[in-house]
Design a protein around this ligand. Structure first.
Ligand code: HEM
Length: 124
């Protein structure tokens, strides 16, 4: 199954579950929560879920709604230092580990998220 995309292997539901659990963590973390400008985290949850689904080989609904991801640019307005990255990764790690994925799938997803989070850091 290595020739199939992660999305083809696991489908949409685990991405939805992971992102939902992640934002539950954000909601309970005052320091990280302060970075998110909107009172309602629901739309942010939807954007991250659609992005990950698209990135991993699912439907390109994210880009239909939001255009090219340009994620580093979209994060430029938020002060993301190493501490913010670590908080983001802490909550994402808990969400990914709780999703019940097969180990190879979990490891592939996690390696990407860890790398991408480092890429989003824009403040010392
Ligand atoms: C949006 C913070 C890493 C993907 C956002 C927003 C904040 C934020 C505050 C705005 C909420 C919204 O309106 O959607 C952070 C922090 C990170 C981080 C503190 C720590 C390093 C990542 C990573 C990814 C990602 C690693 C992807 C793998 C997204 C996406 C959006 C978003 C797709 C919505 C972009 C849009 O369409 O406007 N992030 N983020 N973020 N983030 Fe992050």
């Amino acid at each position: 199954e290595a020739d199939k995309s992660l999305y083809e292997r696991i489908g949409e539901e685990p991405f939805r579950r992971i992102v939902h659990a992640f934002y539950e963590g954000v909601a309970e973390d005052a320091e990280l929560r302060a970075l998110y400008p909107e009172e309602d985290l629901g739309p942010a949850e939807e954007r991250l879920a659609l992005f990950l689904i698209q990135y991993w080989g699912g439907p390109s609904t994210y880009s239909q709604k939001r255009g090219h991801p340009r994620l580093r640019m979209r994060h430029a307005g938020f002060h993301i230092d190493a501490a913010a990255r670590d908080l983001w990764l802490k909550h994402m790690r808990a969400a990914v580990d709780g999703a019940g994925l097969q180990e190879a799938d979990r490891a592939e997803l996690w390696a990407y998220l860890e790398y991408a989070a480092g890429f989003m850091v824009n403040a010392a």
